[in-house]
Design a protein around this ligand. Structure first.
Ligand code: ZN
Length: 330
């Protein structure tokens, strides 16, 4: 399955109900969010093919068409080279590894010479150099790229909310080489898991943890993604669980729609049941906080169906999305 179709099926994993309805033949799904045009490589996981595309883009008409993406392109190229060198390190002869690290290093250094580099990109370039340094000194574990364990119960944008950490659901380790670093957030997309909440069982921590772990397994093992698709999950009792770190773009909308898009998934099937009021309260608190912390307008809170031919997040939850994005508080 190619990435595009995999992304289309993002909330299918455990479920038949969060299904993508067949694409309508006459009325294509309207693009509700006229996101800025992005270069074609944006939002794709790191592969050699992506890096080749970025190189072609930088040498071709890319910088003319999207001058604001040049620094990001150079950064993603250097980060990608580093990530792939780390991933393939054990199979590489020492001189080959050294030469790859040197190429990545000069990429980061060239960027840091720019006087107009945004602070977030600067931090990423500096982090890249630190990782290269550590890798050369034989400290590969601490040299690993940012990992989801660094996530965000400590994030300033969610502080004050009780968020179950990834360890609470036994999260598998994220695979950074399959992930794309995030560089800011400007929209939020709401999903449902499309599994009837009674299938979760009594929503004790244990059952919910198993459910979230299952979703991660499907997303990583079957879809080939670098982590669970969503940044946050909310269970029927209103507990919020940390999914993918906000360090990384999600994999919950479609293609470039994942850029700058925080994914939140409520456990349940809201075509066939109503969200528990406790879950809605938690959702509202979380989305309020994310909007405030990242300066996201309420009008940029969407349901998955804005971006893809899917019933997700179900009629009953979509009603909440419509009310919230229209400015109503409950
Ligand atoms: Zn969805």
């Amino acid at each position: 399955m190619n990435l595009r179709s995999a992304l289309l099926l993002c909330c299918l994993p455990l479920l038949s109900a969060c299904t993508s309805t067949p694409p309508p033949s006459r009325d294509p799904v309207p693009e509700y969010d006229p996101a800025p045009a992005y270069p074609h490589w944006a939002g794709r996981p790191v592969t050699w093919s992506k890096l080749g595309d970025i190189e072609d883009w930088l040498e071709g008409s890319g910088p003319m068409q999207y001058p604001e993406f040049v620094a990001t392109a150079q950064l993603e190229l250097a980060e990608g080279r580093l990530a792939l060198a780390q991933k393939e390190a054990k199979d590489l002869a020492a001189p080959v590894l050294a030469s790859r690290l040197k190429t990545a290093e000069s990429g980061f250094k060239n960027l840091l010479e720019r006087t107009d580099l945004r602070a977030t990109l600067k931090q990423r370039a500096e982090r890249g150099l630190t990782q290269i340094d550590e890798l050369r000194r034989g400290k590969p574990s601490s040299a690993a790229p940012r990992t989801a364990s660094a996530a965000s119960s400590a994030s300033p944008t969610t502080s004050g909310l009780a968020i179950q950490p990834r360890t609470a659901w036994g999260a598998g380790k994220a695979l950074p080489y399959r992930l794309t670093a995030a560089s800011g957030w400007n929209r939020i997309t709401i999903h449902h898991s499309a599994m009837d909440s009674k299938d979760i069982g009594v929503p004790t921590s244990g059952h919910v943890a198993d459910t979230i772990k299952d979703i991660q397994t499907v997303h990583m093992r079957d879809r080939g993604w670098g982590d669970i698709a969503y940044h946050f999950l909310i269970d029927p009792t209103g507990r919020i669980w940390q999914g993918r770190s906000l360090d990384w773009q999600g994999a919950h909308a479609q293609g470039a729609n994942n850029i700058a898009n925080i994914g939140v998934c409520l456990l349940g099937d809201f075509n066939h049941e109503r969200p528990d009021p406790r879950a809605l309260e938690a959702l509202e608190r979380l989305v309020d906080r994310l909007c405030e912390g990242h300066h996201i307008a309420r009008t940029r809170v969407y349901g998955h169906q804005h971006f893809a031919a899917t019933e997700c997040p179900g009629d009953a939850l979509m009603a909440w999305v419509a009310r919230y994005s229209a400015g109503a508080t409950h």
